[in-house]
Ligand binder design. Structure first.
Ligand code: KPL
Length: 287
């Protein structure tokens, strides 16, 4: 299969490397990362290791069998406008964090996805597969289509274990809730995911998670976010959350797509405003 990864930062690059085992993979990325990959290939450390000499471009050239979208949530509209120029109806899997992404990709054939793999961009051209997670895809309306079965089989054969599910939209909400537990706290405290296991943070983690479970329950989604978040914290303990990586690099975060949907709860509201405050300061400082 010919797969284009649109937004090959930390996660997209790791996925691209894994999937290139038996597929032809194109990484679409920018700046220093693009230059480094073109000059000396992509180096992957951690759970996946090696040097991967993959095609890399700044723009989507069209003509691929599948697009995997891994741009930041707030870059979705810009990415959609770019893809539209060369779009031929190929399916687009979104593994992006956050609520409202699938709905915003109007006019595309979207296959919603979820992945809890952890990835860190160490330097241009060098990424770390820092957490082994799970990956799910499914049709938006829940029906079991042959194409989703085939894609999941392809991913699994390449070493990216992937399961087909009939409740992918619920799972995307649940993943956002897990991110709401892990990402803001790690970004504020500037610690790896595993540090959230500290007994000092237990009540805070529980408070965020329970509020998320309550908001989800109001939509008919029943999930024990506390237990699920603890599992992901353990599996990705060596990873820096994507929000921490954004703050460290002076970039905007995905807080509006991750925590905002849960701010009716006090703990989530507090974290939301703390991260907004930090975001303002780091982005101002980097201007
Ligand atoms: O999705 C992630 C992220 O950092 O955005 C997790 C799974 C929490 C890994 O760090």
């Amino acid at each position: 299969m010919r797969i284009a990864i649109f937004g090959a930062g930390a996660l997209g690059s790791v996925l691209g490397a894994i999937l290139s085992h038996k597929n032809e993979v194109l990484l679409i990325t920018r700046g220093e990362h693009l230059r480094a990959i073109r000059e000396k290939g992509l180096e992957v450390q951690g759970f996946t290791q090696g040097h991967f000499y993959l095609e890399a471009e700044e723009y989507y050239p069209g003509g691929y069998d599948l697009i995997i979208l891994t741009v930041k949530a707030y870059q979705t509209e810009e990415a959609a406008n770019e893809i539209r120029k060369e779009y031929g109806g190929e399916p687009i899997i979104t593994f992006q964090n956050g609520v409202g992404i699938v709905e915003s990709l109007q006019g595309f054939d979207v296959i919603p996805g979820v992945t809890t793999h952890g990835a860190t961009l160490l330097s241009p051209g060098v990424v770390k597969h820092a957490g082994l997670g799970d990956t799910y895809i499914g049709e938006r309306d829940g029906h079991l289509s042959q194409r989703v079965i085939d894609i999941a089989q392809n991913f699994s054969e390449n070493g990216l274990k992937c399961e087909v599910v009939n409740d992918i939209m619920e799972r995307r909400w649940i993943k956002a809730a897990i991110n709401a537990v892990i990402n803001p706290l790690t970004a504020i405290l500037r610690v790896k995911n595993g540090s959230l296991k500290s007994p000092h943070l237990k009540e805070i983690v529980r408070c965020i998670a329970e509020e998320c479970s309550e908001t989800l329950a109001m939509q008919g989604i029943h999930a024990d976010i506390y237990s699920l978040a603890l599992e992901v914290i353990e599996k990705t303990r060596e990873n820096k959350s994507s929000m921490l990586q954004d703050i460290e690099r002076g970039r905007r975060t995905e807080i509006d797509y991750i925590t905002k949907p849960f701010i009716r709860g006090k703990c989530n509201s507090l974290l939301y405003h703390l991260v907004k405050f930090m975001e303002e300061r780091v982005t101002e400082a980097s201007l």
